[in-house]
Write a protein that binds this ligand. Structure first.
Ligand SMILES: [Zn+2]
Length: 172
């Protein structure tokens, strides 16, 4: 009989239920890939943590005000409400979390191992067909999105017409 290798299992980073909940709020077409990447990162002891997935337009409206009408935090998002892939469950913001402390890319990239881990995650998403914005002007490390072959305006129009759209999910 094969004995369960407990020492190895104990080294895995536990899955954080709140992160799994957030990933489950993505468009259904994106959930399994996103969960898979998250689970594998934790298994590899990469402290991947999910900050945001789906945001309501109201949440987006508040975030958009940071750095604009709400001082002094600096700009968090460049997208107005209704124009963020987050509004349709098509984007993930991740960071690292160690001992209850959030580690942003700005902090992670100074440490070689962290930087490698970060890029490994970005690569996983890119291999799965997501856009990490590496070559975009608005590149935000830790933000990955997958518009499922449509434009943000198409998603917005569909959400507003509610015809080809499943409430709360978007194109499926
Ligand atoms: Zn984002």
């Amino acid at each position: 009989m094969v004995r369960e290798d407990k020492t190895r299992i104990s080294k895995f980073l536990k899955v954080e239920p709140e992160c799994v909940n957030k990933l489950n709020q993505l468009n259904p077409a994106l959930v399994s890939t996103a969960l898979d990447i998250y689970y594998r990162a934790r298994q590899a002891c990469i402290p991947m943590h999910i900050m945001w997935t789906r945001r309501t337009e109201e949440e987006q409206r508040i975030l958009y005000q940071f750095g604009r009408t709400i001082p002094p935090m600096g700009i968090i998002t460049t997208r107005k409400p209704g124009f963020s892939p987050h509004n349709y469950g098509l984007a993930i913001d991740f960071c690292f979390k160690k001992k209850d402390k959030l580690i942003t890319y700005e902090q992670a990239y100074k440490r070689r191992m962290y930087k490698e881990w970060w890029m490994a995650i970005v690569k996983e998403f890119m291999n799965a067909g997501w856009n990490a914005g590496m070559y975009d002007r608005e590149f935000q490390p830790g933000h990955v999105e997958n518009l499922l072959g449509k434009s943000i305006v198409e998603h917005r129009n569909a959400a507003q017409s509610k015809k080809t759209y499943i409430e709360g999910f978007g194109f499926v």
